[in-house]
Design a protein. Structure first.
Length: 276
């Protein structure tokens, strides 16, 4: 089996600008890829089966986005061979860091090469959207300004940066947050040109903090080091720091029971060259 990286992401800000007729929320955000993530191991099978070879706590094989991604790619392409899949998890599950989505995107990108399909990036992004709204940005493979439900992407140049990322021991239900009556959905849309360091906020943050005091506590602790924010729908929170060493010191001092890591921002996905 070959090993392929699946990087985490941060939402540097997340504005909810409206809601579509089908109930999906309209967003504006900036996705930042990180040099910390999961590892997906893939091997080609001759019998056409798609199998996960390790257990992932709380995720049945048929619900696993990596398995679903491989089966979708196989069905779409008509490819006859299969794949073994093993996932090493380092991205906290349910943290708003895109772990499952990134794993699925890595499967699409890597199998596109291993199976010699040579599908264009846009087609892989379309397949990714069938799996989840965050999958396309990882296939896109660049830091991006996102709109729509997060699938309308434009590459954005970001300055080098380091981050401390903390995750309190709580599971946040994304559907419950978006369904909350307390969520504001009328942030005025802005243009990409308005973005700079410190721009915007996360409209989900106040709702999550009211529903999950552990997130509020972790976020308040992290704010002593700078402009700390929540990523996605949480529960992970982050702060930009001047160096990786500074980020590592913050992570080392984190409150008891909270997990964390320090990471640098990436310019592009490590598998960006696997599709054109």
């Amino acid at each position: 089996m070959q090993a392929f990286p699946a990087p985490a992401k941060l939402n540097l800000f997340l504005h909810v600008t409206g809601r579509r007729a089908d109930g999906f929320h309209l967003l504006q955000t900036v996705f930042r890829l990180l040099d910390h993530g999961d590892t997906v191991h893939l091997g080609v099978r001759q019998d056409g089966e798609i199998r996960r070879t390790n257990e992932v706590a709380g995720v049945p094989e048929n619900d696993d986005l990596t398995v679903r991604a491989a089966r979708l790619l196989q069905k779409t392409s008509g490819y006859r061979l299969g794949a073994d899949i093993k996932v090493e998890k380092r991205i906290p599950m349910g943290g708003g860091l895109g772990g499952g989505s990134s794993d699925a995107a890595t499967v699409l990108l890597a199998l596109n090469r291993l199976w010699q399909l040579d599908l264009p990036r846009q087609r892989l992004m379309e397949l990714g959207l069938q799996l989840g709204a965050d999958v396309p940005v990882f296939v896109f493979g660049r830091n991006a300004w996102g709109e729509g439900i997060g699938e309308q992407l434009q590459a954005i140049a970001l300055e080098p940066a380091c981050y401390a990322v903390l995750t309190p021991p709580v599971h946040v239900s994304t559907p419950a947050i978006f369904a909350s009556q307390e969520l504001t959905r009328n942030t005025i849309p802005r243009t990409m040109a308005a973005f700079s360091r410190g721009f915007g906020h996360n409209d989900l943050e106040s709702v999550v903090c009211r529903m999950h005091p552990e997130v509020a506590s972790c976020l308040n602790w992290l704010k002593q080091f700078g402009d700390a924010r929540m990523s996605g729908s949480g529960a992970s929170v982050f702060v930009e720091l001047p160096s990786l060493e500074a980020a590592e010191r913050v992570v080392a001092a984190r409150p008891n029971g909270v997990s964390g890591f320090a990471a640098r921002g990436l310019e592009h996905h490590p598998l960006h060259g696997n599709a054109k």
